[in-house]
Design a protein around this ligand. Structure first.
Ligand code: RB5
Length: 146
């Protein structure tokens, strides 16, 4: 069974609820890292929680949502081992996996339509990392952490 960690700030709380329901209907285990109400929280805290589940291997990949997807993605990319990408269409969803081997995908609760987010998750989950020259580039991304 595929294990996914999910988290949002208040700006993504509603979309997180929709995606949790959607993922329940699939053969996945979802670890909900919060937030658990629409009260204001700081998105870097949520990025850290989801990122740690991915880095530890507890989750295969993560989904992060804030108002735009931007702040929470920037935060996740500060975590060693994380490659987070804001997805904006199906092509980006496929490329994020095939070329960038993203391990966290991000959406904007105020900018991404729920059905579009579901579709992008579907595409991302079906895609496979292509390796080869893309591995060289991903290795170079990761070497920036050193
Ligand atoms: C919170 O209002 C908002 O700044 C946050 O959800 C996100 O959009 C930041 O990038």
């Amino acid at each position: 069974m595929r294990v996914i960690a999910i988290g949002s700030d208040h700006g993504g709380y509603e979309l997180k609820g929709v995606l949790l329901e959607y993922l329940k209907g699939k053969k996945t285990k979802v670890i909900d890292c919060g937030t658990f109400s629409s009260d204001t929280v700081d998105y870097p805290d949520i990025a850290k929680l989801v990122g740690s589940k991915v880095v530890s291997g507890e989750a295969e990949f993560g989904i992060l949502i804030c108002g735009t997807g931007i702040g929470i993605c920037m935060s996740a990319n500060k975590i060693r081992g994380i490659r987070a990408a804001v997805l904006y269409n199906d092509y980006a969803a496929r490329m994020a996996k095939e070329h960038n081997d993203a391990n966290i995908i991000c959406f904007g609760g105020r900018t991404t339509e729920p059905d579009a987010a579901k579709q992008m998750i579907e595409v991302f989950m079906k895609s496979k990392f292509k390796g080869g020259r893309h591995q060289t580039r991903v290795d170079k991304i990761m070497s920036i952490e050193e």
